[in-house]
Write a protein that binds this ligand. Structure first.
Ligand code: HEM
Length: 423
């Protein structure tokens, strides 16, 4: 009565059919569930949860300009500036002894970088969190984690305060979205506005059949929902690179070579950071953050001689495929060389699909650039040392996250303090 059966598919040809053919659609029940938290509408039926294919295509077309490489590159100088601000805070923590939870710090840093790029707003949550909008954003993220890891949170008498503060946080963020949009609407009428996510949301509000709540759903997607993965992936990357001195050294050498003198990470530097790219790909293989992608089959799917009938809920998992022995040698070993282009064939998209498919990769350039900019600056200025006394596991609700966020200690690269946790 309380269960739903799913078929989990790992066979590469079936995975290719399910993801790349575009025939099989999102699961309505899962999407509806993901749009709400404790009864409050948070991302509703926005970009990540819209199961109406025609409407989703319309939405994606409206946001196309902000996913375009030109727009991303235009945002680079501002993203660099925000990252510099983040670095001031990190340098302050670089005393060789303060224990730092990577996920917690990266959540704030990436939030600041993406808010600047998407809404042209300076959030500065890395240094100051007293602002109620920022607090609401982080309340919502942590409540979602609690809701997923403990379903009783939805009903428990003892969790009623959490439910209430989450609903308030949702309402506050949507109200903030409405006021930012009204502000931008005024600017649009006067002309000369950036073609950022806010301007695109105004465009969306003019589409027939889209009401204000639908527009606010997408505001919430860009403000919060897309923030769930990037900090986790970057935390895994840093934690694992710190545990592999050879990888860390190569990353450091590459950054020193590519970003000489100036501390600006520009378009050329991004494309020259090829080893960093391989480390990122390997992190996304072993720790893909989004562990399952759900579809409803719209026609028969053949998998290893078995027929999965039309209308079946199926799960394809970047995590299971990425850790499958028959696809990757020593799958649990963190080995960026798998993705280094040196003559051998690179993993293909039916065994390695952290963003579901190649079409969706373009939506993910923003997160990747934010990670690369921040990581380059960290490697330039800090020595990052992994705290030895921690478990190196992961939790996976609602997405894959390192235990305790991944604990490290920062040290200045130029005036190092004594590292007191040496073992
Ligand atoms: C490393 C971090 C991220 C990971 C691992 C990730 C993963 C994914 C996956 C697996 C999907 C497909 C879900 C499905 O089809 O059911 C997806 C969809 C999407 N993601 Fe991300 N995501 C990340 C960060 C971001 C960021 C920062 C943005 C903001 C630009 C973003 C925007 C989107 C959009 C708009 C879609 C929906 C595309 C569509 O269905 O056509 N993601 N993401």
């Amino acid at each position: 009565m309380f269960h739903r059966p799913f078929v989990v598919v790992v066979d590469p040809s079936a995975v290719r059919d399910i993801l790349a053919s575009g025939k099989h659609k999102r699961c309505k029940t899962t999407c509806k569930h993901e749009g709400y938290i404790f009864g409050a509408r948070w991302q509703g039926s926005g970009l990540l949860t819209d199961y109406n294919e025609a409407r989703l295509a319309q939405r994606l077309a409206i946001f196309e300009p902000v996913f375009h490489k030109d727009y991303l590159m235009a945002c680079l100088p501002e993203m660099n500036k925000v990252a510099e601000n983040v670095m001031r805070q990190f340098t302050f923590l670089a005393d060789g002894k303060t224990l730092i939870s990577l996920s917690q710090q990266f959540e704030r840093a990436i939030f600041d970088m993406l808010c600047k790029a998407f809404f042209n707003k300076d959030m500065d949550s890395i240094t100051c969190q007293r602002d109620e909008v920022k607090q609401a954003a982080f309340t919502l993220l942590s409540s979602r984690r609690k809701e997923k890891s403990d379903p009783w949170t939805n009903v428990s008498f003892y969790r009623r305060d959490l439910r209430s503060s989450t609903r308030q946080a949702c309402a506050l963020l949507r109200k903030t979205g409405a006021s930012w949009l009204a502000e931008r609407e005024n600017q649009v009428s006067r002309g000369n506005v950036p073609n950022d996510v806010l301007t695109r949301l105004i465009e969306l509000s003019r589409v027939k059949g889209i009401v204000q709540d639908d527009v606010l759903d997408d505001f919430m997607v860009f403000m919060i929902a897309t923030l769930e993965h990037t900090p986790n992936v970057l935390s895994f990357l840093v934690r694992e690179a710190c545990r592999r001195p050879d990888v860390y050294k190569k990353l450091n050498e590459e950054v020193d070579k590519v970003i000489t003198g100036s501390s600006v990470v520009d378009e050329k530097a991004l494309s020259d950071l090829s080893y960093m790219d391989s480390v990122l790909r390997e992190t996304l293989r072993l720790y893909p953050s989004e562990v399952e992608i759900v579809r409803i089959t719209s026609s028969k799917v053949l998998s290893k001689g078995c027929v999965i009938p039309s209308g079946t809920p199926v799960i394809v998992s970047p995590l299971l495929s990425g850790r499958e022995e028959s696809f990757f040698e020593n799958p649990m070993e963190f080995n960026p060389e798998r993705f280094v282009k040196n003559g051998h064939s690179l993993p293909n998209s039916s065994v390695y699909f952290p963003y579901a498919d190649e079409v969706r990769e373009k939506f993910h350039r923003f997160g990747e650039v934010a990670m690369k900019v921040l990581l380059s600056k960290m490697l330039q200025k800090l020595t990052i040392l992994v705290f030895p006394d921690q478990t190196f596991g992961e939790t996976n609700l609602p997405c894959l996250r390192p235990d305790r966020g991944g604990v490290v200690v920062f040290n200045s690269r130029f005036a190092p303090h004594k590292y007191i946790y040496d073992v």
